[in-house]
Design a protein around this ligand. Structure first.
Ligand SMILES: [Mn+2]
Length: 509
C-alpha cells in the first residue's frame, strides 16, 4: 500500500510521489503557538491578555494597467497563521479566548459568472478550521462585539523589518480602523520567531517539497544534453514538480546556469532568462525548488552537461562537496552559523591549495578573507514559507561586516527545529578575482597562471535543506552528490543507486 504522498511507482510514471493531503490543523497549531508566546510576552510585561492579533491577507495584482490578473500567492505571515489561498481576506485571533476569525471579501454577483461559485462563509470556516467567519465589511462591528475590555479594542498589527529585503511588512488597513487602539511593535518579532521553529506538520510539507524537487533535479540531470537550451532544463523541472507534485509555484525563479553563467549568483532573471545553449564540457549549476501549500524547498545541483567530470571540474566540485558534507556533519544545536560559514570557506581554500590554484598558509588566507573571493554569498539561510525565511537577525543583532560574512542571512546559533539551507559554492568571478590579484593583502596567495585556467569555468554550488534536530541534523534533500553518483545517474542508473556495483567505481553505493 502506498502511504499518503507516495504513489505506487509504475513503469509508465517517472515519479514515485503524489501530492499529500494538506493538513489544515497545521495552521491551527501555528495560531495556538503564537497566542501562547504572545500571552507569555504580555504577562511578563504585566499587560492585560486582551485584544486581537489582526492581519491583512494579500491582495490580487494585475499586470501593470491591464485587467490581466496575476496568479495570486498568499502573503507569508497570513499563510502561516491561516493557510488561506484566496486573496482579499483579513484574519483575527482573540488573545483572551484564542478564537480565530476570518473576514472574507463580499464578492459581486459578476464573480459567479466569470470566476465560479461564490462560496458560503461556512465553506471557509470548515476548510480553514477557524471559529468564525464574517465579511470584511463587518470587521469593526464584530471585533467591538467580541472585545471584553473597556474602551477601544486593541489590535496587534504586523509591522517590522524583513532583514533580507530591507522592506517592512504592511500593517493591516481597513475603513474606520481609528475605532481601535493599535500596537505596531509587539506582534512582528514574536510571530517571526514562531516561524523560525518548524512543527512536525510544517516539516512534512517541507519534506514533500524537497522530495518532489529532488526527484525533478534527478530527472533533469538524466535528460540534460549538449545543444539544449538552459530554459529546457527549467521547463523539465517545472513540469515534473507540477505534473507529479501538484506544485503550482516555485519558491523562487529557477536559476539554470551553464558554462560561465554559473558564476552569476542570481542568473535566470528577466534580463538573463536561462537562454544559453549548453556546450559539451560545460558545468551546469541548477538552483531550483518547488513550493507545496506555501512551504518551499531550495536545492542546487552542479554537474557536467556531458555526464563526465573533468579533473578541474572534479577539483572544484569536490572542494564544495567536502565543505557541504563537513558543515552537515558539524550541525547541531549550539553551533554558530558564522563558524559553519568559516568552516566551509576553510575547506574550499584548503582544496584549492591542494589543487595548486592557491599557495600559502590557509589561516593567513582566512585572516585576509580570501574565502569571500571564491564564495561571496552566505553559507545558507532559514527556509520555510519564504525561501529566505525571516528571523535571521533578531532585533538589535548586528550583521558581521567582513567580506563574505556580511552576506550571511543569519548569524544565529543553531537550535532544534530550525530548517536552514547549506549551500557552499566556489566561483571564478572576474569582478572579484581581478581586484584580489591586484591587492597587496591577497595577491601572494593566488597563482595567476592557474587562476587563468579557470577563466570561463563558472562555478559550483551544492545546496541542501537541513533540519536541525535535538542532537544533530537531517538532510531533507535527496539528490546525487558524489561525483560517482552523478555520473552513474547521468549514465542511466536508477536513483537512489540500488544494488549498484561499488567495486567497479570505488565509491559507496
Ligand atoms: Mn538558497
Amino acid at each position: 500500500m502506498a502511504k499518503p504522498g507516495e504513489a505506487m511507482p509504475t513503469a509508465s510514471s517517472p515519479s514515485s510521489l503524489s501530492p499529500p493531503e494538506i493538513p489544515m490543523e497545521l495552521h491551527v497549531n501555528n495560531r495556538e503557538k503564537l497566542i501562547k508566546c504572545l500571552r507569555e510576552h504580555l504577562s511578563s510585561s504585566s499587560r492585560p491578555l486582551r485584544g486581537f492579533v489582526f492581519l491583512q491577507g494579500g491582495e490580487e495584482q494585475t499586470r501593470h494597467c491591464t485587467d490581466h490578473i496575476e496568479l495570486f500567492r498568499q502573503e507569508s505571515y497570513f499563510a502561516y497563521l491561516f493557510g488561506v489561498r484566496e486573496p482579499g481576506f483579513y484574519g483575527a485571533i482573540d488573545i483572551a479566548t484564542g478564537e480565530s476569525i476570518l473576514f472574507a471579501p463580499r464578492l459581486s454577483a459578476d464573480y459567479a459568472v466569470w470566476l465560479g461559485e461564490i462560496k458560503p462563509l461556512t465553506y471557509f470556516k470548515e476548510r480553514y478550521m477557524v471559529s468564525m467567519v464574517f465579511y470584511t465589511d463587518e470587521i469593526v462591528k464584530v471585533l467591538h462585539d467580541l472585545y471584553l475590555g473597556l474602551g477601544k479594542p486593541l489590535l496587534f498589527l504586523l509591522h517590522g523589518l524583513n532583514t533580507d529585503s530591507d522592506k517592512f511588512s504592511k500593517p493591516a488597513e481597513f475603513e474606520r480602523i481609528e475605532k481601535f487602539e493599535r500596537d505596531l511593535d509587539t506582534l512582528h518579532p514574536i510571530l517571526t520567531e514562531c516561524r523560525v521553529f518548524k512543527s512536525d506538520l510544517e516539516l512534512s510539507l517541507i519534506q514533500f517539497a524537497n522530495d518532489i524537487s529532488s526527484e525533478a533535479h534527478v530527472e533533469v540531470m538524466r535528460k540534460t544534453r549538449g545543444g539544449m537550451k538552459e530554459y529546457q532544463l527549467e521547463s523539465m523541472f517545472l513540469h515534473h514538480t507540477y505534473m507529479y507534485g501538484g506544485c503550482r509555484h516555485c519558491s523562487y525563479t529557477c536559476i539554470c546556469a551553464t558554462g560561465e553563467n554559473s558564476s552569476v549568483l542570481h542568473y535566470g532573471h528577466a534580463a538573463a532568462p536561462n537562454d544559453r545553449i549548453l556546450q559539451d564540457g560545460d558545468l551546469a549549476l541548477l538552483d531550483m525548488g518547488a513550493e507545496y501549500h506555501f512551504y518551499g524547498s531550495d536545492i542546487t545541483c552542479s554537474f557536467p552537461v556531458n555526464g563526465k567530470f573533468t579533473s578541474d571540474q572534479c577539483l572544484v566540485y569536490n572542494a564544495v562537496l567536502d565543505a557541504h558534507n563537513a558543515v552537515i556533519s558539524s550541525m547541531k544545536p549550539g553551533v554558530s552559523w558564522v563558524d559553519m560559514h568559516k568552516l566551509a570557506e576553510k575547506i574550499i581554500l584548503e582544496a584549492l591549495k591542494k589543487g595548486g590554484v592557491l599557495v600559502g598558509d590557509v589561516d593567513d588566507m582566512m585572516a585576509q578573507r580570501l574565502g569571500a573571493v571564491f564564495m561571496p554569498h552566505g553559507l545558507g539561510h532559514f527556509l520555510g514559507i519564504d525561501t529566505h525565511d525571516p528571523g535571521g537577525y533578531l532585533k538589535g543583532a548586528k550583521r558581521p561586516r567582513e567580506p563574505g560574512l556580511k552576506s550571511l542571512r543569519t548569524s544565529r546559533e543553531l537550535q532544534e527545529g530550525m530548517v536552514i539551507t547549506v549551500e557552499p559554492g566556489c566561483y571564478f568571478i572576474e569582478a572579484l578575482l581581478v581586484p584580489a590579484m591586484e591587492s597587496s593583502s591577497t595577491s601572494m596567495f593566488l597563482i595567476v597562471e592557474e587562476i587563468d585556467r579557470f577563466k570561463g569555468f563558472g562555478g559550483v554550488r551544492i545546496e541542501s535543506d537541513v533540519h536541525v534536530t535535538s542532537n544533530g541534523c537531517v538532510n531533507m534533500t535527496k539528490c546525487p552528490r558524489e561525483v560517482m553518483e552523478i555520473e552513474a545517474v547521468m549514465a542511466g542508473a536508477p536513483w537512489p543507486l540500488k544494488n549498484f556495483n561499488c567495486s567497479e567505481n570505488g565509491g559507496e553505493g
